[in-house]
Design a protein around this ligand. Structure first.
Ligand code: DLL
Length: 434
């Protein structure tokens, strides 16, 4: 089913005309109402009137996370606080978070866009949907909540944590859809098993995953564990939260709500715009946000755009699943390594669990990478020989993919702390460069 065929299946020429009209309005609005943007545009010598075609957006300056942080808490709002009816904030690990606001119309748009992504993943009003994202400043839970409500699904607002109770709720309420981070739902599956319940025996048939990077291999693992179909959706607080794009069940890629967001891919080094199909950093401009519009926001997420129409009938361009973040990329003695590459290798090896951690440190002048991964209960024999052979096998596989030879440490089952939201996979102990 398609939630909003008028916009999701729009003729691309019409869609681009709509984008242009909305982009012009947005540029004028921020120039008039947000002193930060006015100064930024003035400093770059551009005016909203300089935009005549969509590609003219390239004349405009980027917005970075630093700018959002510097204007904490309300400096970038384009409406008086009186018109803001909800606040959320990004899960910043250091310093102050980024605060985003929504007008009543922004909330309406948000639930419409989430209704689109949950419908395209296959949710209907017959489903019982358990939301295991944390309710709070994080956009994940509330964002999914109101979109699912619009579709008419029965929502179980379980929030994150209390894992044994989550399993009980699934059994008693007949949960058919799970919403959460891949790492937490993996943990929920393990919890079920430790209670003597096979997760695949529960009624869960579909998972809506997002908020953190995950690999195709992790998808297969989750699908096998729960006997479900696992789908991906992507978004970020700075531009709205979930609802920016999501997968349909027909072909790969995440359909972008292009009538509300203009998405570009740029070279993260030079800032130059890249063509369709080329991989780079995702840059997003909001087209309809009232309270918190952003212009050319640098997400640091890495992907590419496929503009081909999808066999599902939607005409919106698709974003390939996020490969990682530019600031996630580890440089180990000059070699670029993405955590997602390590995850893909680990998930293909029998006898180890999907729970891993990557530790980076320096020994003298040399960078040093250690991959710690848990064995499965079945494979854990306690024999030193077996352990060594397994570590060696993992090291060789990783070396083929990464072109460097990491240290591998096998851990006993359940020794890595389980995440209750976004997993923290990388521990970088190297002194920070200034
Ligand atoms: O994570 C919004 C969201 C909630 C999306 C629930 C989907 C579902 P933030 O906390 O601001 O917002 O974090 C945004 O998380 O820049 C990506 O690096 C990462 N991220 C989000 N979704 C995905 C995904 C929410 N599907 C940051 N795949 C983004 C990979 C993702 N990374």
């Amino acid at each position: 089913m398609i939630w909003d065929p008028e916009h999701e299946c729009m003729d691309r020429e019409k869609l681009q005309a709509l984008q242009l009209e909305r982009l012009k309005e947005t540029l004028h609005r921020v120039y008039r109402r947000v002193p930060y943007y006015r100064q930024l545009f003035d400093a770059h010598g551009v005016l909203p009137e300089d935009l005549r075609t969509l590609s003219d957006i390239q004349k405009f300056p980027f917005t970075t996370k630093a700018a959002l942080r510097d204007n904490y808490p309300y400096g970038l709002f384009a409406v008086p606080l009186k018109e803001v009816v909800r606040l959320h904030a990004s899960s910043g690990t250091t310093g102050k978070p980024i605060v985003v606001g929504y007008t009543r119309r922004d909330l309406e748009t948000w639930s419409e866009l989430v209704a689109r992504i949950v419908t395209q993943a296959g949710v209907t009003d017959e489903d019982v949907v358990q939301i295991t994202f944390g309710y709070g400043l994080f956009t994940g839970a509330f964002g999914l909540h109101y979109g699912l409500e619009k579709v008419g699904a029965t929502i179980v607002p379980a929030s994150v944590g209390n894992s044994e109770k989550q399993i009980m709720l699934m059994q008693d309420f007949g949960t058919t859809v799970l919403v959460g981070t891949p790492s937490y739902v993996l943990h929920l599956g393990e919890t079920a098993r430790s209670m003597g319940i096979d997760p695949a025996s529960l009624k869960v048939r579909l998972g809506l995953f997002g908020a953190e990077a995950w690999s195709e291999e992790m998808r297969r693992e989750l699908e096998k564990m729960w006997g479900m179909k696992a789908t991906d959706n992507y978004g970020l607080s700075e531009v709205m939260g979930p609802g920016v794009c999501g997968e349909c069940t027909v072909a790969p890629g995440l359909h972008i709500a292009e009538d509300h967001f203009l998405v570009e891919i740029i070279d993260p080094e030079t800032g130059e715009a890249l063509d369709y199909g080329q991989e780079g950093e995702v840059v997003i401009t909001t087209l309809t946000k009232e309270a918190f519009p952003v212009i050319r926001y640098r997400t640091r997420d890495i992907s590419l755009i496929n503009p081909e129409p999808c066999p599902c009938g939607r005409t919106t361009a698709r974003l390939r699943r996020i490969a990682g973040r530019t600031d996630d990329m580890l440089i180990i003695s000059g070699v670029n390594v993405f955590p997602s590459q390590i995850e893909s290798v680990l998930m293909e090896i029998e006898g180890i669990s999907p729970h891993y951690q990557i530790v980076v440190d320096k020994k003298g002048y040399l960078d040093y990478l250690e991959v710690q991964v848990e064995m499965t209960e079945q494979a854990f024999t306690g024999s030193f020989r077996d352990l060594e052979a397994m570590e060696d096998k993992i090291r060789r596989r990783l070396q083929t993919v990464l072109s460097i030879s990491p240290r591998v440490r096998l851990l006993e089952p359940h020794s890595i702390e389980r995440s209750q939201g976004k997993a923290k996979r990388v521990i970088d102990k190297r002194p920070k460069k200034q």
